[in-house]
Design a protein around this ligand. Structure first.
Ligand SMILES: [Zn+2]
Length: 232
């Protein structure tokens, strides 16, 4: 499909929310799914702030150390996603989001340092998540900044944990705050950020299949859309 030059308003989106679509049919997405997950609607799926080839952007550049590549991308994704979620934070409160949930009402439970599972509201969960990541990124033993310092054993495991939390942050926004995202006109940014994050995670084996599953329909839709765009 082409013609993705104008961004429809949120009210136009509501008007078309129940219309069957070619792309939706091709992807096997039924109308119920489109109603429940407006972010799968083709007129939104095609919106990005750039149509750069994400595969080229995420692949390890020749000659670069993989841990260095993972570290610098982890820092960059954290900054972008932290900034993005703070733009929507006023809409994510203990009363609007009493549980930290994602697509299909997947509920995320925070595990504290003693291994206790805590059921908490979404703002509290994502507050814990961002503080946890911030502490890791500023720990010189985990993310060394001095030339010649080695990355610790288990570095990839910690990076995986960070990517899981960042992935869940965006999953919660798609699931619970897509209406506000549209109202602020941030959907092209969200799609670009999520495409970049999910492709980077897939390319470097940072997420488990079970973690990806709730967002798999969107990943497929975004992938088909970007490959169509590159063929044009
Ligand atoms: Zn929320």
């Amino acid at each position: 499909m082409g013609g993705c030059h104008s961004y429809p308003s949120a009210s136009e989106a509501e008007d078309t929310a129940q219309q069957p679509t070619d792309i939706g049919n091709k992807l096997g997405i039924n109308n119920n799914n489109l109603e429940e997950r407006p972010y799968l609607q083709p007129q939104y799926v095609c919106q990005r702030i750039t149509h750069t080839d994400m595969h080229a952007l995420t692949a390890l550049p020749p000659g670069l150390d993989q841990s260095e590549w993972l570290a610098s991308n982890t820092v960059a994704f954290f900054k972008h996603i932290n900034l993005f979620s703070s733009a929507l934070s006023e809409f994510c409160t203990p009363s609007t989001c009493p549980t930290a949930c994602g697509p299909g009402n997947t509920v995320y439970t925070w595990t504290d340092e003693q291994g206790r599972k805590l059921k908490c509201s979404a703002p509290l969960y994502f507050d814990y998540a961002m503080s946890y990541i911030q502490d890791l990124l500023t720990d010189e033993d985990v993310f060394p900044t001095k030339a010649g310092s080695a990355f610790p054993n288990g570095f990839v495991f910690l990076v995986q944990k960070v990517f899981l939390l960042l992935f869940r942050t965006l999953a919660h926004i798609y699931w619970s705050h897509y209406r506000e995202t549209l109202a602020l006109g941030l959907q092209p940014h969200l799609n670009t950020l999520f495409s970049h994050l999910s492709l980077f995670s897939l390319q470097h084996g940072l997420l488990e299949q079970e973690d990806i599953q709730p967002m798999e329909d969107l990943i497929t839709a975004l992938g088909q859309e970007s490959s169509q765009h590159l063929e044009l």
